[in-house]
Design a protein around this ligand. Sequence first.
Ligand code: TXA
Ligand code: MG
Length: 318
Amino acid sequence: MITAIGQDIKQAVGVLKGGGLVAIPTETVYGLAANAFDPEAVLRIFQVKERPAFDPLIVHVRDRSQVDKVAYMTPWAGELIERFWPGPLTLVLPKRTEIPDIVTSGLNTVGVRMPAHPMTQGLLQAAGTPLAAPSANPFGYVSPTTARHVEDQLGGKIPYILDGGPCTVGVESTIIGEEDGRIVLYRAGGVAVEAIEAVLGPVNAATRKVMPAAPGMLESHYAPRKPLLVGDVAELLHVHRAKRCAVIAFDRRYDAWRCETLSANGDLTEAARKLFAVIRDLDAGDADLIIAERFPEHGLGRAINDRLRRAAVKRRSW
Ligand code: TXA
Ligand code: MG
């Protein structure tokens, strides 16, 4: 299959109407989209990503009113939508039966979000249907933040990539839901948890696991091929002094074989925007090992630390 890259919303709609997949730009990361009401098209997402069937997808909607086609609203969801949509926030809500089970991996809830990227908003308008879309990377790998990243990994497997430029947030959406009447966090992401707590009060850790535990595999996510270690950089550089070490640092420089400082003026939003592209770049380079600093555990730092921790989980192939 030849993969076209462009900005033609009509072409993208044509692909989606025919049951095909389109990679779409969002403010967080690029997504791999299908018509959320077409189970065969959604199955193709799982096949192309080699994603296990028990990992549910997020449904992207045009506006608040389209949520009613997909899910049942709750008062807390209304408050968050008011404050944060369009934007990097996914709400886990009771699912309507019209949404095929393959989208939610059989769960009775569905993740819904309204993306802020104008090109994808145009696509959602023109397509007239919600789009199921996970991040547009092979399962377990770092999410793409440019059309080129998508092409590098899914080129030849999908017909069309909508190129909306580099993603401005750079980490996936924050995912919020409700368990036994409590507001819970399923994933730290592009909206700081503190900002959500300012609206709803304390947010709890989720107790229910979305995906079944499979040791050594599912925790390992957002992972480069090269080993990645997180911790005290100076100490790790010393331990691995015989190797070519590439460092991912927040706002300072380390004297290493290579060092990428994500934000010289200490801006966590800028650091999040750059994180995945830097991981990809270092993974493609000549280093033996990637060493990352721990970021401040507030604001977008929580999402950055979460992705680094998962990227650092050892896989069996190492
Ligand atoms: O920013 C984003 O959220 C991006 C862009 C493309 O929108 N999408 C994204 O999708 O990151 P994905 O598939 O890589 O991550 C979706 C995650 C699932 O792995 C799961 O953890 C959570 O969303 N999720 C989806 N449905 C859920 C549900 N019903 N309950 C709890 N978690 C759910
Ligand atoms: Mg993903």
